[in-house]
Design a binder for this molecule. Structure first.
Ligand SMILES: [Zn+2]
Length: 156
């Protein structure tokens, strides 16, 4: 999934919690940002494994979308990281349950979307300037549903 979907999914859930007066709107936005930031490990892995343009965000993006020269997901996307972060969320929960809630929502929604099995035979692929883009029809449909749902929840 692309960053905007990783934002929209936890943001929508947090927006529902905002409407239920469990979280603030600011926390809903932070929750969406956390959903996106989980993929920062792609950049770290790029710095570690890339043979050229180590610190280039464009090169990181191109490898992730088009080239796939090496796996960019680190341990935080898998079992060990999942377990460590779950323990951290539990400790944070004891300190501040709202912070733990937005951390957990952002992280678990990200992992869910990354591992969501959907048959995705059709992709839109295009290039703007030097940036490649690849988005499945399913992800576009999901984005539209999440944007419409978020607007409905926000304005009711
Ligand atoms: Zn990811």
């Amino acid at each position: 999934m692309n960053p905007h979907t990783h934002f929209l999914f936890p943001f929508f859930i947090a927006l529902v919690l905002y409407k239920l007066s469990i979280l603030s709107f600011k926390f809903a936005i932070i929750c969406g940002l956390i959903g996106m930031l989980v993929d920062l490990d792609h950049y770290v892995e790029h710095i570690i494994h890339s043979k050229s343009n180590r610190f280039s965000l464009l090169s990181t993006w191109t490898n992730s979308i088009k080239l796939h020269r090496f796996v960019q997901r680190s341990f935080i996307h898998e079992g060990t990281g999942f377990t460590i972060l779950t323990i951290i969320f539990m400790v944070v929960f004891l300190i501040d349950y709202k912070i733990a809630l937005i951390l957990a929502l952002g992280y678990y929604s990200h992992i869910y979307l990354d591992h969501l099995w959907v048959n995705k035979p059709h992709y839109f692929r295009f290039k703007i300037s030097r940036f490649y883009f690849k988005e499945s029809h399913f992800a576009i449909f999901l984005d539209i549903i999440l944007v419409i749902s978020s607007l409905i929840v926000y304005f009711i």
